[in-house]
Design a protein around this ligand. Structure first.
Ligand code: PSV
Ligand code: MN
Length: 383
C-alpha cells in the first residue's frame, strides 16, 4: 500500500552541507559571523541543532580538504554521538594553484595525476566515514575561444573519472554535477545535464547526475530535466539553493517557491527520493537560522507536491483539459501545509515552529559565548 502524504513527508531526509555553516563570501569579501564554528566538529554541532529543530536533516555533506581532520574515526564518532551520519563527500579540485587551468582536464599529466589522487583519497575518506557517495563538481573549463581543445579536454576528464569509478567500493555512488559557467567564462567542461549524463553513461550505472538549482541559464525548465534524468535512471541528487541571477546560493525556495514545488511534483512520483542536499553559502544571513528555514522550505514544497491529485491530473491530461490540469497543480500549491509539516515535525520529536524555537533556544547566543565573536576578514571559504 502507498504511504499517506503524511507518512511520505515523515520519511523526507535532507543533507545539510558543512560549508553552509562556515565562512563564505563573494569574490569581493568574506565576513566571519559571530559564533561561527571553528572546525568541522563544531560545524557538525550546528548541523545537529538543525536536525534537532526540523527532525529531517540527519546527514551532513562534507567538503575536502575544508573538513580535513587527523582522525576520521573521531569525526565519525562525533557525528554518531550527535545523532547524525556523514552524507556525500565532496572533493575540492578548484582552489589549489595547480588547478588554475584545470584539474582532471589539465594538459599536464602531473596535475591530472594529482587531481585523481585527491579523488581517490576522497573515496578512502568516504569509506572510513561511512559515506555512500562521491559528489563531484569540476571548475574545469576555458575562458577564451581557442584556449583549449574541447574534445581532448573531455577525453581527459572521462579517462580520469573512469579510474575513480573503478576504485569505488560497491556501497558508494558517483554523483556528477554540472554548471554552465563560473569560474570558466567561455566553455565549462561539464556545463549542462546532457554532458554530465553522457559521462555517467560511459562510466557505469552507479554514476548519476546531480542537479544544482543555481547551475542553469535563466529560464531553464529544471523540473523537466529532473523528470528526464529520472526516466533514464540517472537522477543522482540535488544541490538545493535559489537564484535570481546566476549561482546566487540564496535560501532554497526564497526567490522562486513555485519552481521548487514543481521540482517536487516530479520527485514525488518516484518510489525512492534521490539524495537531497542543500548547497548554499550564507553570506549575510544568520547561518543556522538560514539552514533551518531552508529545510522548512523544502519540507513545505514536498508536502504540497504530495497533495497533487494524481488521478485528476492524469484524467485532465488525457482529456486535453489544459487549464483543468494546470488547476490540479495550483490546488495543491495553494494549500496551506504548515500545520501538516508542524505535526510531522512534532511526531519526530522536533519543533512545530523551528525558526521560532531556534530564536527562543539561546543556541546562537551560546555559540557566540563559547566560540567567540570575530571581526571581518578577507579570504577563507567553507571553513
Ligand atoms: C559549485 O558552485 C558548487 O555548487 C559545488 O557543488 C561545490 O562543491 C559547492 O558549490 C561549494 O562551493
Ligand atoms: Mn553545488
Amino acid at each position: 500500500m502507498n504511504p499517506s502524504p503524511e507518512q511520505a513527508l515523515a520519511q523526507l531526509e535532507i543533507e545539510t552541507p558543512s560549508w553552509g555553516y562556515g565562512d563564505s563570501g563573494t569574490r569581493f569579501a568574506t565576513f566571519q559571523q559571530a559564533g561561527r564554528p571553528r572546525d568541522v566538529f563544531e560545524r557538525l554541532e550546528d548541523a545537529a541543532e538543525v536536525h534537532r529543530l526540523t527532525g529531517c536533516a540527519p546527514a551532513v555533506a562534507l567538503h575536502f580538504p575544508w573538513d580535513r581532520v587527523d582522525d576520521l574515526g573521531a569525526l565519525r564518532d562525533h557525528a554518531t554521538a550527535l545523532g547524525l551520519r556523514i552524507g556525500a563527500v565532496n572533493p575540492n579540485l578548484f582552489q589549489d594553484a595547480d588547478y588554475k587551468l584545470g584539474s582532471i582536464t589539465h594538459t599536464d599529466e602531473r596535475v591530472r595525476s594529482k587531481a585523481v589522487a585527491h579523488l581517490l583519497e576522497c573515496v578512502q575518506i568516504a569509506s572510513e566515514l561511512g559515506s555512500t557517495a562521491q559528489s563531484l563538481w569540476f571548475a574545469d573549463g576555458t575562458n577564451y575561444p581557442g584556449q583549449g581543445d574541447l574534445i581532448a579536454r573531455r577525453h581527459r576528464m572521462i579517462d580520469a573519472l573512469a579510474q575513480v569509478y573503478a576504485a569505488l567500493p560497491r556501497e558508494q555512488e558517483m554523483l556528477v554535477e554540472y554548471k554552465l559557467f563560473e569560474p570558466a567564462f567561455y566553455a565549462t567542461d561539464l556545463a549542462d545535464w546532457g554532458s554530465a549524463l553522457l559521462v555517467c553513461q560511459k562510466l557505469g550505472e552507479r554514476a548519476r547526475v546531480l542537479v544544482d538549482l543555481g547551475h542553469h541559464a535563466q529560464g531553464v525548465n529544471i523540473e523537466q530535466i529532473v523528470a528526464f534524468l529520472d526516466d533514464e535512471g540517472r537522477l543522482g541528487g540535488f544541490h538545493f539553493n535559489n537564484r535570481k541571477y546566476a549561482d546566487d546560493d540564496l535560501i532554497v525556495g526564497s526567490v522562486n517557491p513555485f519552481e521548487l514545488f514543481l521540482i517536487f511534483v516530479e520527485l514525488a512520483r518516484m518510489a525512492v527520493l534521490p539524495r537531497l542536499t542543500i548547497d548554499q553559502a550564507h553570506n549575510v544571513e544568520a547561518k543556522v537560522e538560514a539552514m533551518v528555514l531552508s529545510v522548512v522550505n523544502i519540507q513545505e514544497a514536498y508536502a504540497k507536491a504530495l497533495l497533487v491529485d494524481r488521478d485528476a491530473l492524469a484524467d485532465a491530461q488525457s482529456a486535453n483539459d489544459v487549464l483543468g490540469a494546470h488547476e490540479v497543480l495550483l490546488d495543491a500549491y495553494r494549500s496551506d501545509v504548515r500545520p501538516r509539516c508542524a505535526r510531522v515535525r512534532a511526531g519526530a520529536g522536533a519543533a512545530e515552529d523551528p525558526v521560532a524555537a531556534l530564536r527562543a533556544s539561546g543556541y546562537v547566543e551560546k555559540t557566540i559565548s563559547e566560540r567567540g565573536a570575530t571581526a571581518a576578514v578577507a579570504g577563507g571559504w567553507g571553513q
